[in-house]
Design a protein around this ligand. Structure first.
Ligand code: ADP
Ligand code: MG
Length: 766
């Protein structure tokens, strides 16, 4: 049996770490797939539990400086509690750990900044003196600097630069190089060269410029990179705070009715079916159905809908929402990981850790980058020595070669490249969740911005999906009540919104429902059933045509052209009545369609309803292209047809009988109605079924993608310009050679700028 589980990882510093860990895991027998994300610092593993276990996997990466954070799963916990705990307990402690790590980083940065400032000061003085703009430091100061710098560099390299030295160690020991390795080799090479000069100053004096050491490079590069990493870690923490806000929605306690009295218990101990009392102003602890009382509940945190929703007997409430002023009792129907909020949290977490297709390029680049850069740096050093010694002499050639060597290693770090996509995805997915737009994975978010055609289902997407009975055209000798009694009795067995309208009407009129035999629903047309000895049919005109019966077509058209849907009740012999139901248009639909058109997106309405009804509704909301009278399978065909014409198709439906079409579309969008949603079914779920959210989702996709592209540009540009500059390619032409200190600054800046650019997404208006 394969288990799929997501674990947080400790010790990740860069995107190439993700590559190393993925490769290590994939080699293990029993590991089906390993998806490691640097963005969320987690691994999604699918493995055979009989062949391996997370503890074993963690051991494999520990020598490389990483470990899996395995949730504490006491055997005493129930399954649902365990899962509940897994994503409701771990994330906050992961944050605690991260905060500790960041605090440590800050202490180191604070300690190294004065050293770097001092080094830059000495270096600046030296340069100005060489240019004869200033007198050099006097002899005593010179000696002082000369001896102080090595001490400061030793501290910097061995204390602050420890992760990079470890990277170097892992490389030598296990032949695994990550970005820390590059920095490690660069800074320790600079340090070692300088140390040799200091130690053998007198011996080397005839050959080398012994006044020129690289302690300052070691200090300043490490300082900049440590500062950059610190700022990056702080900003990265902020990218994930959408999840944290969702986690805070969990109520801590619940007031349950046990043994006939009210008891306050921890929210995770509520049992299925238990009655829970909700007082004014308190948070709802689990999902359930109201059994007594009524109130208004603020569901904005889950659905994004700002107006509190009315809750009366029989209505759903969900965990995490806040009761306003009334009070009520409800029965727990979903607890732990089954609650909507837990599912949302899991979905957002999974989506944030998932890989966008656009990332493939960056991943590939960074996985080959490290070895290539290593080779390149050695080649540059060799080239300087071979080509440089004859013209510049050994002292200069070696010094320039070393500058190149260190500069390449430092500037070529693809850190920012690894951050470009995931940080934007994390912010984008989180921002969506806040608006009630749930995105299943990064690939969906990416695809959405290519969409040029949106297919919308009529019922439940354009209209409210809550039709009401508006008219009865009675052709029979029976009274209207009798007609409704027959129709409602059959419709009781159907799930269609039309059925709901008829049954609700019958209930309000206190019309008695009678038993029905041989009930059968006729796909895309209606239904049939036997009452007593008579077989009845109810449905659309297609059904009646199938029965070879005729009806008053003019009268029918008169009503349908106003957007009403007919339900024709008939026996095998004759049509008894035509009942009309009307489904009001969602108020936001008109604007949403306008906005979609403004985005140059073609909107097609698809419905099983009659042509004239469909056209009337379409006209009202401004949709030109309508496909009516479609059978459920035709919805799928329509999607395929548009796709074969080269369109990228999004399909929005309520999921009732359009699931295959939703799945076939490039992006399937499920319209959740209020709190009653199945979020696993579609690529995107719009929580309160608001069509204007679709426009927002498309906009979100566009701004996320453009952020990613900007990030990739900024990440690549440093490397593309930096490497040849550092290698000294421009030296023969312009005398340019990149000082490794600037390489360090550029590296720090590129990572920080990428993460900050992603964070900017947060404040953009949707
Ligand atoms: P849609 O979701 O667009 O309504 P369906 O395939 O569910 O598409 O239904 C197609 C048509 O079949 C409906 O528009 C309606 O005319 C008829 N129909 C389906 N179910 C019922 C029902 N329970 N009662 C009456 N008519 C029905
Ligand atoms: Mg439908």
């Amino acid at each position: 049996m394969n288990t799929s589980q997501t674990y947080n990882i400790k010790g990740m510093h860069c995107a190439s770490c993700a590559g190393i860990i993925t490769k290590t895991f994939k080699k293990v027998p029993g590991v089906e797939s390993a998806d490691v994300s640097y963005g969320t610092e987690s691994a999604k593993l699918v493995f055979d539990e009989t062949k391996t276990c997370p503890e074993e996997l963690s051991k494999l990466i520990e020598p490389l400086g990483y470990s899996l954070l395995i949730p504490q799963t006491a055997a005493t916990m129930g399954v649902s509690e365990r899962e509940h705990g897994a994503h409701l307990g771990i994330t906050p402690s992961k944050k605690q750990e991260k905060l500790l790590e960041i605090r440590e980083m800050r202490t180191k940065v604070i300690s190294v900044i004065p050293l770097a400032t001092f080094s830059i000061f000495v270096m600046g003085w030296d340069i100005l003196a060489q240019l004869h703009l200033l007198n050099g430091p006097n002899a005593i100061l010179d000696v002082f600097f000369h001896h102080l710098l090595p001490i400061l560099a030793t501290y910097t390299l061995f204390v602050v630069g420890k992760p990079y030295l470890l990277g170097l160690y892992h490389f030598l020991r296990y032949r695994k190089a990550n970005m820390d390795t590059l920095i490690g080799i660069g800074t320790s090479a600079a340090f070692l060269y300088s140390l040799i000069i200091t130690a053998f100053e007198d011996v080397l004096r005839p050959y080398l410029n012994v006044k020129h050491t690289y302690y300052d490079v070691t200090i300043v590069v490490i300082a900049f990179i440590a500062l950059g990493k610190y700022l990056e870690a702080r900003a990265k923490l902020k990218t994930g705070d959408a999840i944290e806000k969702l986690l805070h929605l969990q109520a801590k306690t619940a007031l349950v009715l046990r043994d006939g009295r009210e008891q306050e218990i921890p929210a995770n101990q509520v049992l299925l079916g238990e009655l829970i009392i909700v007082k004014p102003g308190t948070r709802i602890p689990v999902d359930g159905v109201v059994t007594e009382g009524n109130s208004f509940v603020d569901e904005s945190m889950v659905t994004g809908e700002p107006m509190p929703a009315e809750k009366a007997i029989g209505m759903n409430v969900v965990a995490g929402t806040i009761n306003t002023t009334g009070s009520f009792t409800f029965k727990a129907t979903k607890i732990g990981s089954e609650t909507l909020i837990a599912k949302i949290i899991k979905m957002v977490e999974d989506a944030q850790g998932s890989r966008a297709p656009i990332q493939a390029l960056a991943d590939k680049t960074s996985s080959v980058f490290v070895p290539i850069v290593l080779i390149l740096s050695f080649l540059a050093l060799a080239a300087w020595l071979i080509l440089g010694i004859p013209s510049l002499g050994i002292a200069k050639a070696l010094s320039y070669g070393l500058t190149s060597f260190v500069g390449i290693l430092v500037i070529a770090c693809p850190c920012a490249l690894g951050l470009a996509t995931p940080t934007a995805i994390i912010v984008g997915v989180g921002k969506g969740a806040k608006e009630g737009i749930l995105i299943k994975d990064a690939a969906t978010l990416e695809k959405l911005h290519h969409v040029d055609t949106v297919i919308v289902d009529k019922t439940g997407t354009i209209t409210k999906g809550k039709p009401e009975l508006t008219k009865i055209l009675n052709n029979s000798e029976q009274r209207d009540e009798e007609i409704i009694a027959i129709l409602a009795s059959i419709e009781t067995k159907s799930e269609h919104p039309i059925a709901h309208a008829i049954v609700t009407y019958a209930n309000a009129k206190k019309i008695t429902i009678v038993p029905v035999q041989n009930f059968e629903s006729i796909k895309g047309k209606g239904l049939k059933g036997t009452i007593g000895t008579t077989e009845y049919f109810a449905g659309n005109t297609k059904l009646i045509t199938d029965l070879h019966l005729s009806f008053d077509e003019a009268r029918l058209l008169q009503e349908t052209s106003q957007g009403r849907t007919p339900v024709i009740l008939a026996t095998k012999e004759k049509v008894l009545a035509i009942i009309f139901v009307a489904d009001a248009i969602k108020p936001e639909a008109i604007q949403a369609i306008k906005d979609l058109h403004a985005l140059k997106i073609n909107v097609v309405m698809l419905t099983g309803d009659t042509k004239s009804t469909a056209h009337a509704i379409a006209k009202e909301v401004g949709i030109q292209e309508v496909v009516s009278d479609v059978m459920p399978d035709d919805k799928l065909n329509k999607v395929e047809e548009l796709q074969s014409q080269g369109h990228i198709v999004a399909m929005a439906g309520d999921g009732v009988n359009d699931a295959p079409a939703l799945a076939k579309a490039d992006v399937g969008i499920a319209m959740g109605t209020g709190t009653d949603v199945a979020i696993e079914t579609a690529g995107i779920t719009l929580l309160n079924g608001d069509l204007s959210k679709l426009v927002k989702a498309i906009h979100l996709s566009k701004i996320t993608m453009s952020t990613i592209k900007q990030n990739l540009f900024w990440a690549f540009i440093y490397n593309i310009i930096g490497i040849p500059l550092a290698a000294g390619l421009f030296y023969p032409l312009f005398g340019w050679l990149l000082n490794p200190i600037f390489a360090g600054l550029a590296m720090a800046f590129s990572s920080v700028s990428v993460v900050s650019n992603s964070l900017r997404l947060k404040s953009k208006k949707l």
